[in-house]
Design a protein around this ligand. Structure first.
Ligand SMILES: Nc1ncnc2c1ncn2[C@@H]1O[C@H](COP(=O)(O)OP(=O)(O)OP(=O)(O)O)[C@@H](O)[C@H]1O
Ligand SMILES: [Mg+2]
Length: 426
C-alpha cells in the first residue's frame, strides 16, 4: 500500500437508477370520525432514483401520506402512480411485496433470526432456498453486517443500530424499486444515527432506488433528501425543493420558522465532506514491517499512519513512535477512531472529532475504505467562508452608520448563574 491521493470525489457521480417514479395526484385522506382531513389534497412528483424526505410538525400527515403510497392506508380520493402504473387499482398485498417498508426500530419479528427476517418476502414470493440465502448474504454485507456473525442471531441480541440495518436489508430483500421509511433512525443514538444515514446514502448510490423517508428532524431531511417536502397541518405542502433551495429561499414564513434562524450555519449540514479536499494519509497493512511503514510515512512527510484491514477499512491511526514500539504493524482496533463517510455532512465531521476529542477525522468511501483525513481547520475554513457570505448579505449597519435613537430594542441580557440555584425567576 502506498499513499492515498487526495482527490475529492465528484459532487454528482453518475447515477444508476433502478427506482420508479412516484406520483400523487389529488390524494385526500379523511379518517372516519375526524372533522378535517388528515391530508387535504396532495399533488406530488417524486423522480425515480431520488431520496425525498418528508418533514413537518407532529400530526401534519407524514405517516398517513407515506402509508397511502403502499396502501397500508387507503386514500379517500385521488390516484397514486408508481413507475407510471396506477396502483390504486392494484391488489394491495401484491403492491406491498414490491415496495420496501422500514419502520422505527426495524420492526423485526422478534422470534425469527436475522436471516429468516430478511427472507420473509422472498419466501412469500416462492424463491428457492439457495437464492434467498445468497440474497441475504449480499444484503447483510451491503448494510455493513458480517453475514457469518449475524445471520443466525435473534433481534434481541443485537444493538438498536444493528437491528435497524437488518430492517433496511429486509426491506430491500425482494429488490423493490421503492423504499418507504418512517422515522427509521429515530430510536438510535446520534453517532449510530449518522452512520446509518451514511450507509443509507451509500446504498442509495449503489442501488439507485427511489426512497421516501419521513423524519421530524430537519437536519436529517437536508442531509438525506435530494429533495425535501415540508408539510404543515392537513398535509399542506409548504415547500418541495432541494435542501439548498429551502435554506436559501424559504417559500413561506412557516418554512422560515421551521428552518430556524441558524440557516447560515445550516450550511454545515448541507456541505458534504466530499466537497472539501481531504488530506492524503499513509496507510499500513496489519503485519507489515514497522520500519518499512515508518520510512514510507516519513517520505510523505506524515507523522502518523492509518492501519487498514484487507478491505482498506481503518482500524487505528498510530503516531510514528507508536508504530516503532512494535516490530510489525498491529491489528489493534481503536474503538474511538473518528471516521466519517464522504457523504457525511461537515456537521457530522465536527461531531465525530468532538466525540473523539481529536482535531481531525478519517474519511471513508461508500464501502468504508479510507480515502484521507479531514482536519478541524479545513472545516472551520468552510464555516468562515459561509459566515463571511452571510455577513455580506446582512444590511450594513455599524456604530458609525447607525442613526441615534432609531432602534428602541432594549439591551439583551446574557447571563449565567455562577452556582446552581443561585439565579432563576424570583
Ligand atoms: N387511524 C386514524 N384515525 C383517525 N385519525 C387519524 C388516524 N391516524 C392518524 N390520524 C390523524 O391524522 C393526522 C395525521 O396523522 P399522521 O400520523 O399522518 O401524522 P404524522 O405527520 O406522521 O405525525 P408524527 O410526526 O407525530 O408521526 C393526525 O391529526 C392524526 O391524529
Ligand atoms: Mg408519523
Amino acid at each position: 500500500m502506498t499513499d492515498v491521493t487526495s482527490q475529492p470525489a465528484p459532487s454528482a457521480p453518475p447515477r444508476n437508477v433502478t427506482g420508479d417514479s412516484i406520483t400523487l395526484d389529488g390524494v385526500v385522506k379523511q379518517y372516519k370520525g375526524q372533522d378535517t382531513p388528515a391530508v387535504e389534497r396532495l399533488d406530488l412528483e417524486i423522480e425515480a432514483g431520488d431520496i425525498v424526505a418528508f418533514v413537518g410538525p407532529s400530526g401534519c400527515g407524514k405517516t398517513t401520506t407515506l402509508k397511502m403510497i403502499n396502501r397500508l392506508i387507503e386514500p379517500t380520493e385521488g390516484r397514486i402512480f408508481i413507475g407510471g402504473r396506477d396502483v390504486t387499482r392494484e391488489d394491495p398485498d401484491k403492491l406491498r411485496q414490491s415496495i420496501g417498508y422500514v419502520i422505527q426500530s426495524g420492526g423485526l419479528f422478534p422470534h425469527w433470526s436475522v436471516a429468516k427476517n430478511i427472507g420473509a418476502i422472498p419466501r412469500v414470493l416462492g424463491w428457492d432456498k439457495k437464492r434467498i440465502a445468497e440474497r441475504t448474504e449480499y444484503l447483510l454485507d451491503l448494510v455493513g453486517l458480517d453475514p457469518a456473525t449475524f445471520a443466525d442471531r435473534l433481534p434481541k441480541d443485537m444493538s438498536g443500530g444493528q437491528q435497524q440495518r437488518v430492517g433496511v436489508a429486509r426491506a430491500l430483500a425482494a429488490d423493490p424499486p421503492v423504499l418507504l421509511m418512517d422515522e427509521p433512525f429515530g430510536a438510535v443514538d446520534p453517532i449510530t444515527r449518522v452512520r446509518l444515514q451514511d450507509s443509507l446514502i451509500a446504498i442509495q448510490h449503489e442501488l439507485g432506488k427511489t426512497i421516501v423517508i419521513v423524519t421530524h428532524d430537519f437536519e436529517e431531511a437536508t442531509k438525506l433528501g435530494d429533495k425535501v417536502l415540508i408539510l404543515s397541518e392537513g398535509g399542506h405542502v409548504e415547500q418541495y425543493a432541494t435542501p439548498e433551495r429551502i435554506l436559501t429561499d424559504p417559500a413561506t414564513p412557516f418554512v422560515e420558522e421551521f428552518v430556524g434562524s441558524g440557516a447560515k450555519l445550516a450550511y454545515l449540514t448541507v456541505s458534504r465532506v466530499r466537497d472539501v479536499e481531504v488530506d492524503p494519509v499513509t496507510t499500513a497493512r496489519i503485519g507489515e514491517s514497522s520500519q518499512v511503514v515508518i520510512g514510507r510515512a516519513k517520505a510523505a512527510g506524515h507523522t502518523w499512519v492509518v492501519v487498514v484491514d484487507e478491505s482498506g477499512r481503518p482500524r487505528s491511526w498510530p503516531s510514528l513512535p507508536e508504530v516503532a514500539s512494535k516490530p510489525e504493524v498491529s491489528d489493534y482496533l481503536d474503538r474511538r477512531l473518528p471516521v466519517v463517510a464522504q457523504s457525511s455532512t461537515l456537521n457530522d465531521a465536527l461531531d465525530a472529532m468532538l466525540a473523539a476529542s481529536q482535531g481531525a477525522t478519517l474519511v471513508t468511501d461508500g464501502r468504508g475504505a479510507v480515502v484521507g483525513s479531514l482536519s478541524i481547520g479545513s472545516v472551520t475554513d468552510v464555516i468562515q467562508t459561509k459566515l463571511a457570505e452571510g455577513h455580506a448579505a446582512v444590511e450594513d449597519l455599524s456604530y458609525e452608520t447607525y442613526v441615534d435613537g432609531s432602534d428602541p430594542t432594549p439591551t439583551p441580557i446574557v447571563a449565567a448563574a455562577d452556582e446552581p440555584g443561585s439565579a432563576g425567576p424570583a
